[in-house]
Design a protein. Structure first.
Ligand SMILES: Cc1cc2nc3c(=O)[nH]c(=O)nc-3n(C[C@H](O)[C@H](O)[C@H](O)COP(=O)(O)O)c2cc1C
Length: 356
């Protein structure tokens, strides 16, 4: 066990942590208060900046620093090539989605994500100690600037091949995301996200054997047993998403928070139904209907996200979980409605007890 504790201690010392627990970056659930609480407890705070404009990234970092001098990561998605549009199919999808929510306007699919190059500049300017990526690798010019500034790069990977590619590109840490994970799958190639689903139990030792950089485990970890197991399997630290969603600071819809507590592993599913990119959510009425054999195939990301926006907004207002975008990892039922700092401290104390 001492080798495991040594590995974890070295990781924490290198990244200014007192416990090896990383809050997962979660786009759409930015909640600085939750990051502040985790960082003040000695873990790593996080900002999922996918949907943020440059000034919002700067404001988030400012709020974080005002509340804590602890460490935090800012995370971006590496964009896919622009989607191929298919107006006739989108019309069919709009009709289908109109059965679950208000009529979907013709222009709903015209979604323009924030400019990635500008987001990267904002990320560099915000200057967190750690930046992370998902869905691919930062462009070489950005990696070069991260290195110049001494900012560490944590690259999310979902296969051994992606882990090798991330290390070769200069990642300081790889975050191995098992298929149990809530939210979007990090596959570099969107077309492989559903086909190449590797569970953390197999992925973690394989990635730890394949790369020399430290490995962070993520996906389905929400209690001390999962943390201890991940460290034994080769991780230096763990990253937890769904397990922090019921914390009061997260401020998610009560319907979503309550549903998480009642969701066994088999009641989550991976689909492209909400955004066009594969992600794991609660298997709600809409998610099941949208993946039925007779349902129209989802549009590519981010078109599908735009098309589902009216339904998701209506569901949010009505507190209707069946139509909500209720991301959830397979260990959702282990998530506790506990202040985030207390949760981080308790999880690590319990994991240490298990590790002896
Ligand atoms: C609501 C939600 C939003 C997420 N958004 C992001 C994101 O923007 N960037 C990212 O790298 N990962 C994102 N993830 C994935 C997490 O980083 C992590 O891989 C996942 O939460 C781990 O599985 P768990 O939820 O079972 O802990 C998100 C996860 C959830 C639940």
């Amino acid at each position: 066990m001492s080798a495991i504790i040594d590995r974890t201690t070295a990781f924490c010392a290198r990244f200014g942590l007192r416990l090896p627990i990383l809050l997962a970056p979660m786009a759409g659930v930015p909640a600085p208060a939750r990051s502040i609480a985790v960082a003040n407890a000695g873990g790593l705070g996080a900002c999922g900046a996918l949907l943020m404009r440059p000034q919002e990234i700067a404001a988030w970092a400012g709020e974080m620093r005002a509340g804590s001098n602890g460490a935090f990561q800012v995370n971006l998605w590496i964009p896919d090539p622009p989607p191929q549009r298919d107006p006739a199919h989108e019309a069919h999808l709009r009709d289908f989605l109109g059965r679950f929510g208000p009529p979907v306007p013709a222009e709903a699919g015209d979604v323009t994500p924030p400019d990635f190059a500008a987001q990267c500049q904002a990320l560099l300017a915000a200057g967190p100690a750690i930046v992370s990526s998902i869905m691919g690798l930062y462009p070489p010019a950005v990696i070069e600037q991260l290195k110049e500034r001494g900012m560490a790069w944590f690259a999310t990977v979902s296969t051994v091949a992606e882990a090798r590619a991330a290390e070769a590109a200069g990642a300081d840490v790889v975050v191995a995301q098992g298929m149990e994970a809530g939210g979007h799958r990090g596959a570099f190639d969107a077309a492989l996200a559903e086909r190449q689903q590797v569970g953390l139990m197999a992925l973690l030792p394989a990635v730890a054997d394949a790369v020399k950089v430290p490995v962070v485990a993520t996906g389905g970890i929400a209690d001390a047993r999962g943390i201890a197991a991940a460290l034994v399997l080769g991780a230096s630290a763990v990253q937890i998403g769904t397990g922090f969603l019921r914390c009061p600071e997260a401020q998610i819809s009560p319907a979503w928070a309550d549903a998480l507590a009642a969701t066994p592993p088999e009641a989550t599913m991976v689909s492209r139904a909400f955004s066009g990119r594969a992600g794991r959510s609660i298997a709600t009425g809409y998610a099941r209907a949208a993946t039925a054999p007779d349902a129209p195939a989802p549009a590519p990301y981010p078109v599908q996200r735009g098309l589902t926006a009216p339904m998701r907004a209506a569901a949010q207002s009505a507190g209707d979980i069946e139509r909500m975008q209720a991301w959830a990892g397979q260990s959702a039922a282990l998530a506790r409605a506990e202040p985030a700092g207390d949760l981080a401290r308790r999880l690590w104390a319990e994991a240490q007890a298990l590790l002896g």
